[in-house]
Every structure is written in structure tokens, then in C-alpha cells.
Design a binder for this molecule. Structure first.
Ligand SMILES: Nc1ncnc2c1ncn2[C@@H]1O[C@H](COP(=O)(O)OP(=O)(O)OP(=O)(O)O)[C@@H](O)[C@H]1O
Length: 249
């Protein structure tokens, strides 16, 4: 049986001849929490784009749960079970955290329908449980626009989880956050990792140390190396590509 949630086989993405991804081979197991790092321009965002179908590979294949996603649109891939958290939170600022989560729980209907109908008791209970998970119970009924940046990030992660994805893609969740909020996000991802497969792109090495089990280093669109945080930090190839950048602290 295939226990891989995600595989890329020789994936190349060319933009006018420039290879943002170059023969990329990557895989992660069901239930794994993986962190992908790499210097600026390494191809990290393009990597997420190719997994979600926003960008199609020029060559190679992306397999989700063993299935080639080539023929699927971005929307269809999301419905297959891939949820993506972008760097900037995408939440409804004029609704409360609870309403945001109820809308996300109710992803078969649109936001307007959800607003003008009462949530089912299952949706309501799920939203209440998620508020607890993301640590926003005390703020469940204030406007989401009044939340701090870190709280908004946690809310959006909760909204992703509400859609029950099999794989969560999380792009730089702690950029611009305080140390305390960074730690909160780390603890949240560690808690979610007990029941989800999660791929995190991150620059903040303190945060990577907090959450990482296995780290993949991307460089020039390919995997440079993989291993524990200690292994990759001590790898001379990693030190070389990061020279002049802030990996080793
Ligand atoms: N649509 C595009 N057209 C042309 N070049 C692109 C396009 N998208 C990305 N690139 C190039 O591909 C390379 C990889 O970009 P990507 O954004 O994936 O890197 P990254 O690792 O996410 O970088 P950063 O850490 O700076 O966000 C970069 O050199 C970028 O300029």
C-alpha cells in the first residue's frame, strides 16, 4: 500500500526557459509534519503552486495520495483534500471568529448562504471545538478585524482545518509575528500534526527548530538535502547556499 500523501516525480516548472523547479523529487508520508526551507528564489512558493495546481509542471508528475493531479483544476485539487494557508490571512474581517469557522465548516455552501441561514448543530459544535484548538474561545464573538495578526493567522489555520483537508500546506505562518505568537502557532501546528499531514514553508529558523521533525532544503528548484534540523544545519552544502543569509543563528 502507498503510504505517501504527496510525491513529486522529476517535476520541472519553466517560466520562459527559466527553471523555477528543476527535476524536483520529493515525497512525504501520511501523517508527517515536514518543513521546507531554502534561500530566496529557491522555488518554495512555486513548489506549493505546483502542488495546488495553480501552476502546472512543464515536466514530471505530482501525485496526491498516489493519484496524478495533472488533469485536475486548482479548485478540484482543493476538493481532493489539499488546503493551503497563504502568508496573508484570508478571513472575513467583518464577521466573528465563530462565524468565520462556521462558514469554513460549511464549505459545500457559499458564505452568503451560510450567513443568512443558521449553522447546523454539527457545524456549530465543530466551530466551537476549533475555537478551543486555535485558542480563540475567549474572542469567539468579537469582530475578526479586531484580532491581532497572530490571532488572525491562527483563525485562518482553523478555517483550513474546518474543511477537513488530508494535507495542509502552510506558507510562512510566522512572518511578522511576535515571539509569543510564533510559539503559539508552533504549538498549534504540533497539535494539528497529531491528526494531519502538514507541509510548512518557513524562513524563521527558531520556529523551524520548534516544530521540525524532518527538514527539506530546496535550492535552485531541486532538493539540496533532507534530514533533521541538526543534520541540515551542519551540512556544508546548506551552509554554502545560505552564506550571507540568516540560516545559522
Ligand atoms: N511567474 C513567474 N515568471 C517568471 N519567473 C518566476 C515566476 N514565478 C517565480 N519565478 C522565479 O522562479 C524562482 C523561484 O521563485 P519562488 O517564488 O518559487 O521562490 P521562493 O523560494 O518562494 O522565494 P522567496 O523565499 O523569495 O519567496 C525565482 O527566481 C522567481 O523569480
Amino acid at each position: 500500500m502507498n503510504n505517501k500523501i504527496l510525491e513529486t516525480e522529476n517535476v520541472t516548472v519553466s517560466f520562459d526557459g527559466f527553471k523555477a523547479l528543476n527535476n524536483l523529487n520529493f515525497n512525504m508520508d501520511v501523517g508527517e509534519l515536514r518543513v521546507v526551507i531554502g534561500p530566496n528564489g529557491a522555488g518554495k512558493t512555486t513548489f506549493l503552486d505546483v502542488i495546488t495546481g495553480k501552476v502546472k509542471p512543464t515536466e514530471g508528475r505530482v501525485l496526491f495520495k498516489g493519484r496524478n493531479v495533472k488533469a485536475f483544476s486548482e479548485y478540484q485539487i482543493a476538493r481532493l483534500g489539499i488546503g493551503r494557508k497563504f502568508q496573508t490571512p484570508r478571513i472575513y474581517l467583518n464577521l466573528t471568529p465563530r462565524e468565520n469557522l462556521e462558514i469554513a465548516c460549511n464549505h459545500n455552501k457559499n458564505a452568503l448562504f451560510t450567513l443568512f441561514s443558521r449553522p447546523s448543530s454539527a457545524e456549530h459544535s465543530k466551530a466551537i471545538a476549533l475555537l478551543e484548538t486555535i485558542g480563540l474561545t475567549a474572542k469567539s464573538d468579537i469582530l475578526a478585524g479586531l484580532l491581532s495578526h497572530g490571532e488572525k493567522q491562527r483563525l485562518e489555520i482553523g478555517m483550513l482545518v474546518a474543511q477537513s483537508p488530508d494535507l495542509l500546506l502552510v506558507d510562512e505562518p510566522v512572518a511578522g509575528l511576535t515571539d509569543e505568537e510564533t510559539e503559539n502557532i508552533g504549538n498549534l501546528l504540533l497539535a494539528l500534526a497529531q491528526s494531519h499531514s502538514i507541509l510548512v514553508i518557513e524562513h524563521d529558523m527558531e520556529f523551524v527548530r520548534q516544530i521540525a521533525r524532518k527538514v527539506t532544503v530546496l535550492h535552485e528548484g531541486s532538493v539540496l538535502c533532507e534530514g533533521s534540523i541538526e543534520e541540515v544545519q551542519n551540512d556544508p552544502r546548506v551552509i554554502e547556499v545560505y552564506l550571507g543569509q540568516q540560516l545559522v543563528s
